[in-house]
Design a protein around this ligand. Sequence first.
Ligand code: SF4
Length: 313
Amino acid sequence: MNNQNGYQPISVEVDMTQASSPSQRLSPTQISAFRKCGLRYWFSYLLGWREPPTPALAAGTIVHDTLEALFGLPATDRDFANAWTIMGTIGKELLLKPEYEHLGRGANRDDVRKRADAALTGYFNLEKPNEIEISHADLETDVDATLSGVFFHGRLDRRTRKPIDRVTDYKTGKKPSGAPLDDYVQQVMFYAAAINNGNDPGVEEVELLFLPDKQAVRRPVYPAAISRVTDVLMQTRSDIDNANQSSKWLAQPSRLCNYCPFKPVCPTQQKTAPIPGSSASQNMLSQTGLQRKSAPVANENGGAEFLPMELND
Ligand code: SF4
C-alpha cells in the first residue's frame, strides 16, 4: 500500500551489530520521526548518526531559549527591547559552541539571524507576553507518563492556566497544511494526554504558535483526541519493537528523501547501497561528514540530542 505521499513503503533489512536498543521512553519527536520513515529513525536514533546543526535548528534553539528567559522576567519587563537583548546574548553564546561554530560566520550567520529575527518579531505580533500569567514551573518542563503501559517522555515549551488550561508549542518554521500540520497537532496533543493521565485532568486546549507566520493553531482537548494519540503511542511502541526484533525497518520514500542525510546509503534510493549498518554503509556515512554519537544506547532523553536534522521543521 502506498503511503500518504503516494510512494510505496519498503521493508529494509539492516545490520544491527552497531545499533543500540530502542529507547524505553517515546517522545513526540521520536514518534513523528519513526512514523515519517522507520529507516531514517533507525539511522538516527539507534545508530546515533547526526549531522551538524543547520541555521533553522540554531535559530529555533535561540528563539525557544529567548522566550523561556523572557517569561522568567517580571511581566512589566517582558517587552521587545529586552527580548532582543536576551536573544543577542543567547545567540552569541550558542554560535560559539564547537558544534555550532560553522554557523557563526558569513551567509550561515546571516541566515540564523534572519530566521531568529523573523520568529521573535512574529512572536510579538501574536501575543503580548506582559499580559500572560505563567508560573516558572510551567516553562520548559519535563512531562513523563505511562499511557496504556507505554512510557512517554517529552519537554513542553509552556503551559498557561488562564483563561483556560493550555499547552503551547512554539514553531520557528513556516506553518504547513494538511498531514504535516496534523502531525504537529498530534505531537502537542501527546502532552495533553500525558498531563491529563494522572490526577491532573487540567489541559483543555493545545496550541501551536507559528512565529514567523504570526499564526496560532488551537485545538480542544477531548476524550476522543486523547484516545487517538494514546493509540498512536501504543502502535508506535509495538512497531518499533517489532522492527528491532526482526531487523527490518520500514523505509518511507517521499520528497523528504531529498533532505535526508542518509540518502547516499539508503537502499530505496541507491540500487547498490550496502546493507544499512554494515561496515561499508557506516564508512560511507562517515565520508559524507556525518558524525556519530558515541553512545546512542544512552538515548533516554526524549530525542532532542538526536534531532539536529530538522525532522521536525
Ligand atoms: S532516503 Fe528516504 S527512505 Fe531512505 S532513510 Fe531517508 S527518508 Fe527514509
